[in-house]
Design a protein around this ligand. Sequence first.
Ligand code: ATP
Ligand code: MG
Length: 669
Amino acid sequence: MARDTTGTLGKGDVVSNESLANLLKEERRFAPPAGLAAEANVSAEAYERAKADRLGFWAEQARRLSWETEPTETLDWSNPPFAKWFADGRLNVAYNCVDRHVENGLGDRVAIHFEGEPGDTRTLTYAELQREVSKAANALIELGVEAGDRVAIYLPMIPEAVVSMLACARIGAPHSLVFGGFSADALATRINDADARVVITADGGYRRGKPSALKPAVDEALTRPGTENVRSVLVVRRTGQEDIAWTDGRDVWWHDLVESQSDQHTPQAFDAEHPLFILYTSGTTGKPKGILHTTGGYLTQISYTHHAVFDLKPETDVFWCTADVGWVTGHSYIVYGPLSNGATEVLYEGTPDSPHQGRWWEIVQKYGVTILYTAPTAIRAAMKWGDDIPAKFDLSSLRILGSVGEPINPEAWVWYRKHIGAGRTPVVDTWWQTETGGIMISPLPGVTETKPGSAQIPLPGIAATVVDDDAREVANGHGGYLVLTEPWPSMLRTIWGDDQRYLDTYWSRFEHKYFAGDGAKKDDDGDIWLLGRVDDVMLVSGHNISTTEVESALVSHPKVAEAAVVGATDPQTTQAICAFVILRGDADANEEGLVEELRAHVGKQLGPIAKPKRILPVAELPKTRSGKIMRRLLRDVAENRTLGDVTTLTDSSVMTLIQTQLPAASSED
Ligand code: ATP
Ligand code: MG
């Protein structure tokens, strides 16, 4: 049976009484480069200021934006946990991301360097972006879209995705992005849940050197019950497939409708609490949840965190966030953060290994990327492919590296800094969630002495800590549950259409605290280390052991590129540690004694209790579309259950492959 952990936190029981074992010792430290520290956007003093007056601090950050009506109120928390930020203020998000820069004389600055997977390119200045967004807004209005109507966006990583989002924001129509790789079913569920009126899609996009169709999935989704309210499908021509099915009266080409519109559109201001978008979580722990974000608080925190965490200097930096726009990282740090700050950024359509494994590094070199923001899964893939690949490119423009999405293993962190950052750039490990909207815990590149594998400290204005089962803050050196103890501007406002589930999922485990679902520990300095989902924590012979720590120990072995660890029910030890490992390029899975060598390595790093009972070398791991390892599926396999919800899995054949390999592993015991 699939574990449904979406509505309850009952599985937290596993972490009872005793805090998560924290076994890993990581002693490396990296001070901020002196030059960067001297010129940094944000200095240590920001923490003090925010601590002295948290709401005053956020009110000050809200002034980064242009408001049509300045807010006089900062936070209304009279009906917790339903927050209102800057409630009497009014603003337009698209105006803040585009028009105001043009009005400030920056119309000729490049907003987006687009790089298509086949190698086609397009440059959009802020002035061009303003015209494109205005045309798209006029087109949506012609389709009858009104403020408050939901628009589903199912597009590849092309400029039209950004333009569509901004056009929706401009007219107050909340968007709901659905990752372009999702199936018709996943799309239908999300269209239905959000009750979308229009779908924006493309004939297809390029993936791994081939066109990959999108429109057929929309056609199929729209035959499903609950999608009847979709009046129009707006279709971008990207791949030019010829045999495209067409429903007259419903389907309309972008190049017909949008291109014929006026490029003038006057943005209208909306209330700060007007809905900006709905976005479904990745589904790592269960069925995805429709997270609702609103306007003024969201944009304030996204703009501030992008400025602070990446130390963005809009005149000189070239920013690149490699996430898909269909994931929250893409929303906040491709669209709303960089554009509200007037940044120049790269948008890349394809995969990192198309047509060769150096494609990303080639892009960094070509555009002179200075700030790179990516996920541990991509870093570990690059490690697996080999150090010699990035070494072929000039990456000297890079000055700051970021990571998000999963705990980053210290070994991957150090590799990233050394091989991508020339041993010179700070690495910021940023912890946050779809629900938090923006970065919450992260080093600041000009301030923090960084520790590989740790997200370290809540940003100025953010209150986070680690508590035990009884909601008591743990002492330094101990582990427990990561909680957020004060509301923050870009927090989710609810789960779309389900306030009760919002309360149950996030606010019921601990009174007056938001529980994020993640386990964490505080080290002796009080810095926070993420230990993975509490659902993933293993109970082995009376010890709580975090999957993250065992995975990090495995990845610190020179033959291992990536590891996923789960606890499988075991008659003797309650749970037994079961590890799935991907080996580095030059290692041989059939090598005699390999499994024993890896077990011994973990035993040496963490102690004998953490030695995996089983280790299985695999070619691939099951991942969500945003690149996160889906441990719950591996647990299903390890315990011989039918697989739980697989709709957000990238490639379901991976699971079949692992299932067929597993009996061989069991016989090793
Ligand atoms: P679902 O909630 O549907 O199970 P999900 O939690 O994977 O999916 P996201 O909102 O995309 O959906 O991911 C947020 C989660 O990702 C965090 O709760 C945390 O577990 C993990 N995460 C993100 N960044 C980091 C980080 N820097 N270090 C450790 N974990 C991280
Ligand atoms: Mg989550």
